[in-house]
Design a protein around this ligand. Structure first.
Ligand code: GTP
Ligand code: MG
Length: 386
């Protein structure tokens, strides 16, 4: 077992007041994985579970059978308990798309799943007895991007747009071991540009201004997006401990090594630092938007077609909460630019000071040289006279 498997999940490290909100009744946390076929979604679930849970019977069964193409939506469940805090973790594995000549609507079952959960929750909410609500609302969607090193496909853009208006979308670059570090940096930059230009709404960890350590951590997470991940179900012995990774003739890539990929950062965001924010924002932003649309329409019981709902969701982009979120991110980027600018100014100032100092040193040395030359001259004259 690798080191991380023994670490506690960290639910009890959540900020106090927020922790209290869910600790009373325990929390349900649902992650969904989506993206093209063969990018390692199923492998990722097993990697996440294995590095998170010590033993898990269902997982042991899964691991005994070789990875097969996922053909229908599959939900893997685990119940975690830590210091009396109970967490029901669901991971929704979806079949990959992109194999067909015509991939139009390949994403339909995924979008339907998210909409259906909101719908079913809303229906349960309006029932007289609400004690045993079933809640499979998706709190985070990890969207797997093929590591081409080039760009996003039109299909990716289309699906990500739909996901981003419905849930907290977290883009990830699959199979990070297939790109060099430089290629990865360039690829990340390009994807961020496309996300911006195409107006794709992605989840951004909130920056808590009153907590410096937390805000530093959030900034690091934002800078790493989209997270590069490596999945593996195999363990290898490295310096006496077993670690998950992939072995190649040219070397070994360690899933848990921050130099090799962002797996640890992503796991920490999901299960440690941002789980509550993901849960609360799903309820307050995404579900609330859905609920409001349905209430305004008076179509609570009916399910809209995806296209009809898309239009309504687009109109809802002017929701003050969304705008507030956007403003916050823009403010952060502006602040970052200002800091960079300040750093550049400081750097120029330092160079200027250094130049002055060197000039001064040079002048001193020239004076010393002059003195020495005069002394030599005087000595020579003295010698000539002797
Ligand atoms: N190089 C590399 N290969 C990986 C990685 N993760 C998974 N694979 C391999 O990619 C293949 C497909 O993995 P799956 O986990 O089945 O992919 P999937 O996204 O679930 O595929 P579908 O179920 O068809 O959508 C397997 O042979 C995995 O061993 C990775 O990080 N790097
Ligand atoms: Mg699969």
């Amino acid at each position: 077992m690798s080191q991380a498997a023994i670490e506690p999940i960290g639910i009890t490290n959540l900020p106090n007041q927020r922790y209290k909100i869910v600790s009373k009744k325990g929390a349900t946390f649902t992650i969904m994985l989506a993206g093209e076929s063969g990018l390692g979604k199923t492998t990722f679930i097993n990697t996440l579970f294995q590095t998170t849970l010590k033993t898990h019977p269902e997982l042991r069964n899964r691991l005994n059978s070789p990875i097969r193409k996922t053909v229908e939506i599959d939900i893997v469940r685990a119940e975690l308990e830590e210091k009396n805090f109970k967490l029901n973790l669901n991971v929704v594995d979806t079949p990959g798309f992109g194999d067909n000549v015509n991939n139009k609507n390949a994403w339909q079952p995924i979008i339907d799943f998210i909409d259906d959960q909101h719908h079913s929750y809303l229906k349960q909410e309006t029932q007289p007895v609400r004690a045993n609500r079933k809640d499979l609302r998706v709190h985070a969607v990890l969207y797997f991007i093929r590591p081409t090193g080039h760009t996003l496909k039109p299909l990716d853009i289309e699906v990500m747009k739909k996901l981003g208006t419905r849930a907290n979308l977290i883009p990830v670059i699959a199979k990070a071991d297939t790109l060099t570090p430089n290629e990865m940096l360039e690829f990340k930059k390009r994807i961020r540009e496309i996300i911006e230009v195409q107006d794709i709404r992605i989840y951004s960890p909130p920056i808590e201004l009153d907590d410096q350590a937390a805000s530093e951590h959030a900034k690091q997470l934002i800078e790493s997006m989209p997270f590069a991940v490596i999945g593996s179900e195999e363990e290898f012995e490295v310096d006496g401990t077993y670690v998950k990774g992939r072995k190649y003739p040219w070397g070994f890539v360690d899933v848990e090594n921050d130099q090799h990929c962002d797996f640890r950062k992503l796991r920490s965001l999901l299960l440690r630092t941002n789980m509550l924010d993901l849960i609360l924002s799903t309820n307050e932003l995404h579900y609330e938007t859905f609920r409001t649309i349905k209430m305004q329409d008076g179509t609570q019981g009916d399910s809209d077609s995806t296209a009809a709902l898309d239009k309504k969701l687009d109109r809802f982009s002017s929701n003050p909460k969304f705008l507030e979120e956007e403003k916050r991110i823009k403010r952060y980027f502006a602040e970052q630019l200002r800091n960079e600018d300040q750093r550049f100014k400081q750097w120029k100032q330092n160079i200027h000071t250094e130049k002055n100092r060197l000039n001064h040193d040079l002048a001193t040395l020239q004076n010393e040289l002059k003195t020495l030359e005069e002394q030599v001259k005087a000595l020579k004259e003295k010698k000539g006279r002797m």
